[in-house]
Design a protein around this ligand. Structure first.
Ligand code: ADP
Length: 889
């Protein structure tokens, strides 16, 4: 217990997995927590005593699974092993902490997902106005990135993109910045661990040996915060590995603006990683990842390739040159089908070099790991050769596809070294030996011979004794308790010679030993012990050799991963007939026959209807899309966003041709129909998202708005949608796709020159609505709702009355005529003359006669139709904005 209590004192916040023989035991509060979480039986030490200690345990061979479950639940587990052979221990067996597993620091291959990194993140708030340093690390590969974000909103946004499993920060600092509660609320599935950040000089020390990749320029203060965050990650992750060394070689600094900014809303709404709704019940694809953009474009063959593609997708580039470099690589592999196929075949033989290098560095690599590493390294020359063979005679190799020859040479050297030392098919663990190749070490060879030779000698003894005694059933056998012995069946016992010493009686006969056997046995065991010890020592030496090359291995792994991503994108482009988009610094988006990469795959082949899209902040800035539900509006808008994103990650795109003037940020606001029922709070969310768009969008941004204002009453909703569209037009100037069922909005194109109406078409076919999925210029028919009602069989008088009411509303509202004039006047309650038969002809005067005397003063006119008693705050604000605009002329 003393040992346990000592460890616990050092790690009060962890569950201690305390190795005792074949079990990991847990005590006290740890046992209570673990028993509940893992469904184990809680027992107690010194049962029956009043102060009995609660305990529970898991068998060591099954520990990985239990450990994983505890960390998934957000616990930290401290693994304490016996670091001394109990047979040789005098008194208490020595025990040490060998590993700490936390939700964010996991290196167990069985727990990690192959195509997804597991991140630990650290946030370090700066002083007043100083933003936050933010870093993240993947302990299994040593990937370490750091940046600085300006405020809580960008912190949350960037954290959503990183999706760490654990965030470390000093709670006090976060609370001081008002960030604690907000982060807790938004970071579901992420444990928050209170840790003091590294001080600046500590950061210098911790990061001293790392190469630094500086992406964008960070100002001095930002840089300092980013480095402190990185150092905080490093210190925490290092502390979890008291035995091994993290595979850390470089620190990548980046600026949020180096990539297209994608906040959580955009990632979710564009279904980049997961679909919004799970697949239909019973459908195979209930996994929400199937059907995401990532799953559709992921044709990578290797796990590091898969992880890199995910990163490319979440950080699309904004600088033209690197985008073109990627495009060149993809195009090269699209053009040469033979090279692509061969390259992908080679890639199929390359294991997860990053994590293999990581495990070597961490000291947990198995013989099989090194075997896989060797095999993978052996493929690099062929990979390089296949790529070169794909080049046209005299043609240039794209930069991204050029494997560095120096790296290949170093890899070959390491491969040769491993090949000399390791057997052809190394076993999964070290414990039974059989790892070191013959001819590598005389001591190994000799002892292996002795052990094997001893076994042969034993066979010879068996033959000899059979002859000597005439007992044909005599056998020499081995078990752990007695070692080697001679077994004779009952019927033959009388023929046993005197020099046999009886050891044990069994049902079928007797067991004996002889001095000769005992002697041989001692020799065999000694040889085996020496052999195993020497093999283990040599193997550890090999692991250390590999660990020494971590930098080289990670670099090679990164190059292979990039080749894999490009080859995968090329495969996709070829198979799905995608084209290379022209990506430039201009502001135009011009897509001919664009398709939705995901929906196209989910409808029968050849039935997806392609559509064009032209966006230009100077002329067609806002595309306002109307049309019935299910007509294809959201699909159209998302497909444009997907094509832009794909273009900016360097991929080909699903279109006949495409030109993409880069965007700096993609904003989305999608009113999912299923949200409607949830009422007010949903509307609040919708407005929050809309506010974020209006505050954050620049002229370079792409904004996708689907059904803004739907979460509230028609008039509120329409007013807000109207005002938002105007604001985007007048104040922001960003390229915008705006789908709405508020038909009234189409009249905006009359007053706002850069608003362009599109509609999703439908036609009637023998009493059924058929969606053509074509997006055509012009607003949708005003009365499609009534048409649908007719098809659904509403009685004729009702339909007639509906048409009449619609006509009245249209006439009364007059939305198409004056710019903002009668938006509120259309509402009976807001009419200025209660006597005017408001219910039937609301505000007729104001709308029908825009040239009435009041019109000379539009501000006054607008003011007079307002009824402050009945305005909602949103309406008031919108009206105020309009008034200001009117006043400004
Ligand atoms: P809306 O946003 O207008 O309600 P959606 O974009 O959600 O409509 O489209 C509804 C369905 O129509 C989609 O799930 C898809 O199956 C199909 N669809 C949409 N666009 C197309 C298209 N261009 N070609 C073929 N099918 C389409």
């Amino acid at each position: 217990m003393r040992q346990f209590l000592e460890v616990k004192a050092d790690h009060p916040d962890g569950i201690i997995f305390f190795r005792m023989g074949d079990f990991y035991e847990m005590f006290f509060e740890d046992a209570v927590i673990a028993a509940r979480a893992l469904d184990l039986t809680l027992t107690s030490r010194d049962k029956g005593r009043e102060d009995a200690i609660p305990m529970c345990g898991v068998p060591h061979h099954a520990a990985r699974g239990y450990l994983a479950r505890l960390t998934e639940l957000g616990h930290k587990v401290v693994v304490v092993e016996q670091t001394e052979d109990p047979r040789q221990a005098r008194g208490l067996v020595r025990r040490e902490v060998v590993q700490i597993v936390t939700p964010g620091v996991v290196i167990d291959d069985e727990v990690l997902e192959p195509k997804r990194a597991r991140y630990l993140a650290a946030a370090v708030p700066g002083g007043r106005g100083g933003g936050f340093g933010l870093a993240h690390i993947d302990a299994s590969t040593g990937e370490l990135r750091a940046t600085c974000v300006a405020d809580l909103e960008s912190l949350a946004g960037e954290l959503a993109r990183i999706a760490p499993r654990e965030l470390i920060a000093a709670e006090r600092d976060l609370a001081a910045k008002g960030a604690l509660g907000e982060l807790r609320e938004r970071m579901t599935g992420c444990a928050l661990s209170p840790v003091e950040p590294a001080a600046p000089d500590e950061a210098d020390e911790l990061l001293a040996e790392l190469a630094v990749d500086a992406g964008g320029e960070l100002a001095a203060a930002e840089l300092a915060l980013a480095r402190r965050a990185a150092a905080t990650c490093v210190a925490y992750a290092r502390a979890t590995q008291p035995v091994g060394t993290l595979p850390l070689t470089r620190l990548q600094l980046y600026r949020i603006g180096d990539a297209v900014v994608l906040d959580e809303t955009a990632i979710v709404n564009l279904e980049l990683l997961e679909t919004i709704l799970p697949g239909a019940p019973g459908q195979a694809g209930r996994d929400r990842r199937a059907g995401s953009l990532l799953s559709v474009i992921d044709e990578t063959v290797t796990a590091p390739g898969g992880r890199l593609l995910r990163k490319w997708l979440l950080y699309p580039l904004v600088a033209i040159a690197p985008i073109r470099r990627r495009q060149d690589a993809v195009e090269f592999l699209v053009d040469s089908q033979v090279a692509r196929e061969r390259v992908r075949r080679e890639l199929g033989h390359i294991h997860d070099l990053e994590r293999l290098a990581g495990r070597a560095s961490l000291g947990v690599a198995t013989p099989r790991d090194l075997g896989q590493l060797r095999a993978s390294l052996g493929r690099l020359p062929a990979l390089a050769e296949e790529l070169r063979a794909g080049a046209r005679p005299g043609g240039e190799m794209p930069e991204l596809l050029r494997l560095d020859p120096a790296l290949i040479a170093q890899a070959a050297e390491l491969e040769a070294e491993l090949a000399r030392a390791l057997v052809d098919a190394p076993p999964p663990t070290l414990k039974d030996g059989g790892v070191i190749r013959e001819g590598f070490c005389p001591l190994v060879d000799e002892n292996r011979r002795l052990a094997d030779g001893g076994k042969e000698a034993i066979l010879a003894i068996e033959a000899r004794e059979r002859e000597r005694t005439g007992i044909s059933s005599l056998r020499v056998k081995y078990n752990r308790v007695f070692g080697y012995y001679i077994e004779v069946t009952r019927s033959q016992v009388s023929r046993v010679p005197d020099d046999y010493v009886r050891k044990q009686t069994i049902a079928t006969g007797e067991r004996y030993v002889t001095p000769e056997l005992a002697d041989l046995e001692a020799k065999i065991l000694a040889a085996q012990d020496t052999l195993l010890a020497r093999e283990a020592e040599l193997f550890r030496g090999l692991v250390a050799e590999v660990a020494r090359r971590t930098g080289m291995l990670l670099q090679a792994a990164a190059q292979v991963a990039a080749i894999d991503v490009c080859a995968g994108l090329a495969e996709l482009a070829q198979r799905s007939s995608w084209v290379r988009p022209l990506v430039d610094d201009g502001e135009v988006i011009d897509i001919a026959d664009g398709r939705h990469p995901v929906v196209e795959q989910s409808v029968p082949a050849g039935t997806f209807v392609p559509n064009d899209c032209q966006l230009d902040p100077d002329s067609r800035q806002i595309l306002l899309i109307t049309g019935p539900n299910m007509a294809g509006k959201s699909t159209y808008m998302r497909q444009v966003a997907h094509i832009v994103l794909l273009a900016q990650i360097g991929s080909f795109v699903p279109a006949r041709s495409a030109r993409v003037g880069v965007v700096d940020r993609i904003f989305t606001r999608v009113g999912a129909a299923d949200n409607l029922a949830r009422g007010e709070s949903t509307f609040m969310v919708e407005m929050r998202e809309t506010a974020a768009i209006l505050a954050g969008a620049t002229r370079r941004s792409l904004v996708v708005l689907d059904e803004v204002g739907r979460g509230t009453s028609t008039y509120d909703g329409l007013s807000i949608a109207w005002a938002v569209a105007e604001y985007l037009h007048d104040a922001v100037g960003c390229r915008t796709l705006f789908a709405t069922h508020y038909h009234e909005l189409t009249s905006l194109s009359g007053s706002r020159p850069r608003v362009f109406n599109l509609s999703a078409t439908a036609r009637e076919d023998r009493g059924r609505i058929v969606f053509l999925r074509q997006i055509v210029p012009g607003g949708a028919s005003r009365s499609y709702g009534i048409e649908v009602a007719r098809l659904a069989g509403l009685p004729r008088p009702v339909l007639a009355r509906a048409r009449q009411v619609l006509a009245d509303l249209d006439a009364g509202a007059g939305l198409g005529r004056g710019p903002q004039l009668s938006l509120f006047a259309a509402r009976p309650a807001a009419a200025e003359e209660p006597a005017a038969g408001a219910a039937k002809e609301p505000a007729a005067g104001a709308a029908k006669e825009p040239a009435a005397p009041l019109a000379e003063d539009p501000v006054r006119q607008r003011l007079l139709v307002l009824d402050p008693d009945r305005l909602t705050p949103i309406q008031a604000l919108t009206a105020l904005a309009e008034l200001r605009e009117l006043a400004a002329g």
